[in-house]
Design a binder for this molecule. Structure first.
Ligand code: SF4
Length: 336
């Protein structure tokens, strides 16, 4: 069982994939308030939930901290309009201040859209009403099967009730304020027939009022992710051929374009603080996310430090680190 670590107020929120903010050089900023998840999907790319084997820590960020740093990020990126995208290396629906987070984001003048990405486990009509009143503009809802037994199997969770989630999806589709996009993961050999059922379902309920109704995702095997038995990863070429065929059959756009479909455009990125192979002195502030990692800070960025062997994080100590990953301001360092 992973332990819960509350991110201290003096910890930067840029630099880690499991919490805080992620800027990939566009007018969309990902907001990751927690890494917790109540499901254990068999294909989970980030090995989240109760069945996790690689995690040793789950993170949670205080609401004020998140909003404060989000405002700074907008300024650094010089944005006059921004898409706030609430997601997680888990499921953000587990964040106990989710409604307040949406409310605070909608109070920010530059925020144009607020999207929540979720598998919907824990959604209720009441929560949707609250999120609507707070200013949520879209839910990207992952439903991977409509058959109840198969959906339970894929979610890795006996209590998962896809029927209830589908009813809530229908309820969201009727909202004038919140749009809904249904985003299944295609697991070849497992949910092929379900994907077509999900397309018909999304069209029937009227998903996609302002964006396309569906965002079918490709299953990708990740190093630390879960790999379902018997599922082979298809090539991108084969994936697009599959989508094209479904597009023609159902007369719906499934090959999506960030600019055309979501108005996501390139813009000034938050500057990198470290070059690759650069050395720095970092202060260890807590346990790392995955086993064998530490959490550290240096120069206003958070860094995942990988020590040789599995050692308890020497919290409070300073260590010399060499940066070995810096893409999108997400930093991994090894002890120098
Ligand atoms: S895929 Fe999403 S909902 Fe499923 S276990 Fe992973 S993080 Fe949780």
């Amino acid at each position: 069982m992973a332990r819960l670590f509350e991110i201290p107020h003096d910890c930067p929120l840029i630099g880690h994939v499991a919490f805080g903010l992620i800027d990939r050089g566009t007018n969309l900023i990902q907001i990751r308030p927690t890494s917790l998840c109540n499901l254990s999907c068999i294909f989970c790319s980030v090995d989240a939930g109760p069945n996790s084997r690689n995690r040793q820590t789950e993170y949670i960020v205080h609401l004020d901290h998140l909003i404060h740093e989000f405002r700074i990020a907008i300024r650094e990126k010089e944005l006059s309009r921004v898409h706030a995208y609430i997601d997680a290396a888990g499921d953000p629906i587990t964040y106990r201040h989710l409604v307040e987070l949406v409310q605070e984001l909608s109070n920010i003048e530059e925020v144009e859209t607020i999207c929540l990405e979720t598998h919907g486990f824990g959604l209720s009509y009441h929560l949707i009403d609250e999120l609507e009143a707070a200013g949520l503009t879209r839910v990207n809802l992952s439903i991977d099967a409509l058959d109840e037994d198969l959906a339970r199997y894929i979610s890795g969770t006996p209590a998962y009730d896809v029927k209830k989630i589908a009813e809530i999806a229908e309820y969201i589709a009727k909202s004038t304020e919140i749009d809904i996009l249904i985003a299944p993961v295609w697991l070849p050999g497992v949910n092929d027939r379900e994907i077509e059922k999900i397309i018909r379902f999304a069209l029937k309920i009227g998903a996609g009022k302002r964006v396309p109704p569906l965002g079918i995702q490709k299953y990708i095997a990740h190093k630390y992710g879960r790999k379902p038995k018997g599922v082979r990863e298809v090539s991108w070429k084969r994936f697009y051929v599959y989508l094209k065929r479904l597009e023609e059959k159902y007369k719906v756009r499934l090959i999506l374009d960030p600019v055309r479909d979501f108005n996501i455009v390139k813009c000034k990125p938050i500057p990198l603080r470290f070059k690759l192979n650069e050395k720095t002195t970092a202060r260890i502030i807590g346990p790392g996310w995955l086993k064998g990692q530490w959490l550290a800070v240096s120069r206003g960025r958070v860094i995942t430090v990988i020590p040789p062997g599995r050692q308890e994080a020497p919290v409070g100590y300073e260590v010399k680190v060499k940066i070995v990953r810096n893409k999108d301001n997400i930093y991994i360092g090894v002890l120098d």
